[in-house]
Design a binder for this molecule. Structure first.
Ligand code: ZN
Length: 344
């Protein structure tokens, strides 16, 4: 297993997020990726590489230029508003919901930040752009390795990506690394690609990006959005649109679901992916399905993650793993590497 590691991930370190009516310390912290790297090295799972600088090209295949311009310049704009802002992260507080316009790009920074986001749980910091950009390059490098003939590669980076859409951030995510990897596989010649999202939370960003496309099949096993974040997408009746009709599969499960039932959903997702004719697979690898996760509600145990990796290997597709959520930091290294070792 090749791992492409983002050495710049810790440049993104949010201080506070809005959670149930108060500002609390961020759940998405740098030790998440550090611990996984340490466990990978301890168990000698394979080579660890730095990404190649991919430039904005492969990122613009997924994200709009005006959104990327905003992200790249947001911190300097934030500090220019008030030098004291250098000590606090930027959080959005106003959003254009139904009946507001989203075609006008406001001059006001807070208004633009709201236009390009959908929650107040995702602080933008001095190093967010640098960390997210390097993370996208990890996903591209991992996809290139797999396109070049490697059986699999793991993009180990944070912030995560699957909640980010073509022009919005949220859910701790800024650039959709899994979507960028899937597009890179397509651009390298795979005619059909599948993205399988096994994070606890629905990958709303990835779904939205590919919803009208027939060349990228999206499948997700996740907490029922009736009760679980991101709430407004991820229902079973979302099956794709236009050319993409039939190319989207959501398998929401109730809070409290254990491994046996979860694994049946995984099997169904893999069966539909096989039927889709995908020639390569991207796995949005979230580990917040773990029983000890502080913000999620499934009951997978550490040993179950070996079986997850084995099931993914049986699918027999060249696979790019992209690191997503998982907030039980003490067990995160073990659980992540259990999947990868089970796969290997
Ligand atoms: Zn998650």
């Amino acid at each position: 297993m090749i791992t492409v590691y983002n050495h710049h991930h810790a440049l993104h370190q949010g201080k506070l997020e809005m959670f149930r009516g108060q500002l609390v310390p961020c759940f998405e912290v740098p030790t998440r990726a550090d611990d996984v790297l340490q466990e990978l090295q301890r168990r000698q799972l394979g080579e660890v590489l730095a990404p190649q600088d991919c430039g904005r090209g492969p990122i613009e295949r997924i994200h709009s230029p005006r959104y990327l311009d905003f992200l790249a310049g947001a911190w300097s704009e934030w500090v220019a508003l008030d030098p004291a802002n250098a000590e606090r992260d930027a959080l959005p507080s106003v959003w254009p919901v139904r009946s507001f316009r989203s075609d006008v790009l406001p001059a006001n920074f807070s208004a633009r930040m709201g236009l390009f986001s959908y929650d107040a749980g995702t602080p933008l910091t001095s190093g967010t752009w640098a960390a997210a950009y390097a993370g996208a390059c990890c996903a591209v490098t991992a996809a290139q390795r797999v396109s070049g003939g490697a059986r699999s590669a793991f993009s180990l980076s944070r912030p995560p990506g699957h909640h980010a859409g073509a022009d919005f951030f949220g859910g701790y995510c800024f650039l959709n690394n899994a979507a960028i990897a899937a597009q890179a596989l397509r651009d390298a010649g795979a005619e059909r690609v599948a993205v399988l999202d096994i994070d606890y939370h629905h990958g709303n960003g990835t779904q939205a990006i590919f919803y009208e496309r027939a060349d990228v099949f999206f499948a997700s096993v996740h907490g029922d959005p009736h009760t679980e974040y991101p709430f407004y997408l991820g229902y079973a009746d979302e099956t794709g649109q236009g050319a993409g009709l039939g190319c989207n599969l959501n398998l929401p499960l109730p809070r409290g679901t254990g491994f046996a039932r979860w694994r049946e959903a995984l099997a169904l997702a893999l069966q539909r992916i096989a039927q889709s004719g995908a020639q390569a697979l991207v796995v949005s690898l979230g580990l917040d399905t773990f029983e000890g996760d502080p913000i999620s509600g499934f009951q997978l145990r550490s040993e179950d993650y070996f079986r997850v990796g084995e099931d993914l290997a049986v699918a027999g597709l060249p696979t790019v793993f992209v690191f997503e959520g998982g907030y039980a930091v003490d067990a995160l290294g073990t659980n992540t590497v259990n999947v990868l070792e089970g796969y290997a």
